[in-house]
Design a protein around this ligand. Structure first.
Ligand SMILES: NC(=O)c1ccc[n+]([C@@H]2O[C@H](COP(=O)([O-])OP(=O)(O)OC[C@H]3O[C@@H](n4cnc5c(N)ncnc54)[C@H](OP(=O)(O)O)[C@@H]3O)[C@@H](O)[C@H]2O)c1
Length: 329
């Protein structure tokens, strides 16, 4: 059965996401929602989408799931309205701008028993799935620590969504979410968070170093930056060796495995399909077909814990907490 998708937002991510439907035979985008009729129509024409609608109307369209691709603070209102209307949602990362906002969406989805998932596509990449299997099978012994960096230099422009606080600007919510989520995926939720970093002139976070510590001594050291480009590599280190997720770790094609006492280095090639979003599109279709209300790979409890780590880190950086943005429906 074909899964019929609606998309909210016509920006860069919505355009990237829709291109991967070409690789998923049992999924199609049937409706696009926008703040303006012109942008909805232009997106629908360009991508051959049947219905060009407002955000309010895309919620009541004949769809199986809504993908929310607005700036982070504008996820909350749309996601809440969708789950309350019984519409399953895939919500872009960061899930919301605040932990309180994330809790409201999660509570509403659970109460309505409607599928809800953060679009943390990295977790369903073939190479990351394999790394999880290898760690669970004890191939690198007991996992001790995770390190990951995600720096992507962007010229400072306070009007851009990447820097504007009203649009959830800052490195932590845009890039840090990947490294925090990767660490939480492999190590679980930390007991303590310690963060330091730098700020842009408007007070949004430019870079952050975040330590996620567990009481048993395991830890993750993760970094993110909009003011420096970095290798974008991740390493999982265990008592028996390590697995490197080669750059870009958030959309990887290769694992490099090193085992204690062996000079041999094993490489495992597992490229993603399309731009990497096809796996997530297929995964959501499978969850819906199975009648699930949460993804087993990106459960809502993990989303809340990742949001908690980011909020804690931002507060230690001295970043004024962002607010959830209003979306007129
Ligand atoms: N998974 C990934 O690889 C990836 C990559 C990039 C971004 N993202 C995520 O995707 C989301 C969107 O990012 P983007 O790069 O697509 O942003 P973008 O290019 O700025 O597009 C965002 C879209 O949201 C809609 N929107 C609704 N309310 C808005 C408001 N108050 N201000 C501005 N736009 C508003 C706009 O569409 P209308 O004008 O048609 O309403 C706009 O085109 C973010 O949460 C981001 O973190 C994910």
């Amino acid at each position: 059965m074909t899964t019929r998708w609606g998309i909210a937002g016509t920006g860069g991510m919505a355009q990237a996401f829709i291109s991967d439907f070409a690789y998923v035979p049992d999924a199609e985008v049937v409706a696009i929602g926008s703040r303006t009729a012109e942008r909805a129509a232009a997106f629908a024409d360009r991508h051959d989408v049947a219905a060009a609608l407002t955000y309010a109307d895309v919620l009541t369209a004949d769809i199986d799931v809504l993908y929310i691709a607005t700036p982070h603070p504008q996820h909350h209102d749309l996601a809440l309205a969708a789950v309350r209307a019984g519409v399953p949602v895939l919500v872009e990362k960061s899930f919301t701008a605040t932990l309180a906002g994330a809790r409201r969406v999660v509570d509403a989805a659970r109460e309505a028993e409607v599928f809800c998932m953060e679009a943390m596509w990295t977790r369903v990449q073939p190479a990351v799935l394999r790394a999880r299997e290898m760690v669970a099978a004890g191939e690198i012994g007991d996992l001790l620590w995770v390190e990951a960096d995600f720096g992507a230099y962007r010229a400072y422009d306070p009007t851009s969504r990447l820097f504007d606080p009203a649009l959830g600007g800052g490195a932590v919510l845009d890039l840090g979410v990947y490294v925090v989520s990767l660490a939480q995926h492999f190590l679980g939720t930390p007991d303590r968070v310690a963060a330091t970093g730098t700020l842009f002139p408007n007070g949004t976070d430019a870079s952050a170093v975040i330590m996620m510590s567990h009481d048993d001594g395991r830890a993750a050291a993760v970094t993110c930056s909009l003011s420096s480009s970095t290798p974008q590599r991740a390493v999982l280190a265990g008592t028996g060796g390590s697995i490197e997720i080669e750059p870009p770790f958030y959309h990887p094609t290769r694992l490099v495995v090193r085992r204690n006492g062996s000079p041999a280095v094993e490489t495992i090639d597992l490229p993603a399909t399309g731009r990497g979003y096809a796996h997530q599109i297929a995964h959501v279709g499978e969850c819906l077909a199975a009648g699930l209300t949460e993804s087993p790979v990106v459960p809502l409890a993990d989303t809340l814990d990742v949001q908690w780590v980011m909020e804690e880190a931002l507060s230690q950086l001295g970043v004024v907490a962002p607010a959830e943005g209003v979306v007129e429906l």
